[in-house]
Design a protein around this ligand. Structure first.
Ligand SMILES: [Ca+2]
Length: 325
């Protein structure tokens, strides 16, 4: 097509200029006079197809295609355990502390004794089965047999009063079973006293303090009580101490409460002076440490230990305890 157009273009150019020209289409060798007249009336044969031209230069690179659609979701992968981080760098050095005071020998010995005491307590709590094998004072529950007791230097406390927080004017049943708070004021109970002392050689100790904060004690080398069928009869002897002996008088005497009269008096001595509580009452009253707590200064109205404070002056604190072997 390009070659044909070129021939036509040259032919028309010759026509416009009025000159005969040889052209690729009408060669001069054929001796044909080409005029505008015969252009219309006669046309030569179409020449042969020319040779192909040279290949043109390569086109520009096309634009990138658009992004394809999102692919399907992948299958769940297997998790992998995190690896522990590596140790951090060493921190900066701290400030220098203040100079300490030298521990003197007195402080050292005090601390050492405290440690010894703690160790002794720990050992005692693990191995003790009663106050006689315990080195701990005060209320404790023995780990070995789960029994509880109040101890005082190896003695078993069965009565303790010091602030009047526990009411002591109670009946037979409660004196038999015990009452109060073993970490405060309490009466252990006649059955337990019997159980813990029966068949053994026991001693009795009574520690007392007055409202004037004076202290005294009564110690009895032998102490025992009978069981309930004998009304907890008291057996006590061998007094020594600073308080005077106000209990041997009750030796061989049965226990009396406001609802159980076992004394030798015509009436009930647990009721005679008011809220007197249970005791080994006989005929006169020389002692009554379970009476109403307080300091009324009335005749035999409160806790009395006749041979120390007389019949009018009350005892403020008392601790009754036994130790058996
Ligand atoms: Ca009586």
């Amino acid at each position: 097509m390009l070659l044909q157009l070129t021939a036509i273009f040259l032919y028309y150019t010759s026509l416009v200029s009025g000159q005969q020209q040889c052209s690729y289409v009408a060669t001069c060798g054929d001796n044909v006079t080409v005029t505008p007249g015969n252009l219309i009336s006669g046309r030569g044969e179409k020449g042969d197809t020319g040779l192909p031209g040279k290949m043109g230069p390569r086109g520009f690179t096309g634009n990138n295609g658009s992004i394809g659609p999102t692919g399907p979701k992948g299958d769940p992968g297997m998790g992998r355990r995190a690896v522990a981080g590596s140790q951090g760098p060493v921190g900066s050095k701290g400030y220098k502390g203040k100079k300490g005071e030298a521990l003197n020998s007195e402080d050292f010995n005090r601390d050492l004794n405290e440690i010894r005491e703690r160790l002794r307590e720990m050992n005692s709590r693990l191995t003790a089965t009663s106050c006689s094998t315990s080195s701990v004072d005060g209320y404790q529950r023995f780990i070995s047999n789960n029994k509880e007791a109040v101890c005082d230097h190896g003695w078993t406390v069965f009565q303790r009063r010091f602030d009047g927080s526990v009411y002591f004017n109670r009946g037979w049943r409660e004196y038999k079973d015990g009452f109060g708070n073993m970490e405060g004021e309490f009466w252990l109970g006649l059955d337990k006293i019997y159980e813990l002392t029966s068949g053994q050689n026991c001693k009795l100790k009574i520690k007392m303090k007055g409202f004037d904060y004076a202290t005294a004690y009564a110690h009895y080398r032998s102490f025992a009580i009978d069981d309930e069928s004998r009304n907890y009869r008291l057996h006590v002897s061998g007094f020594s101490g600073t308080a005077g002996d106000s209990l041997t008088y009750s030796n061989g005497i049965r226990f009396t409460t406001k609802d159980r009269d076992n004394d030798e008096y015509s009436g009930n001595l647990a009721l005679y002076y008011g809220a007197d509580g249970g005791w080994w009452y006989k005929y006169y009253i020389y002692s009554k440490l379970n009476a109403a707590w307080g300091r009324s200064r009335s005749y035999r109205n409160n806790m009395i230990w006749k041979h120390w404070k007389g019949d009018y002056e009350a005892i403020k604190e008392s601790t009754m305890m036994f130790k058996c072997e």
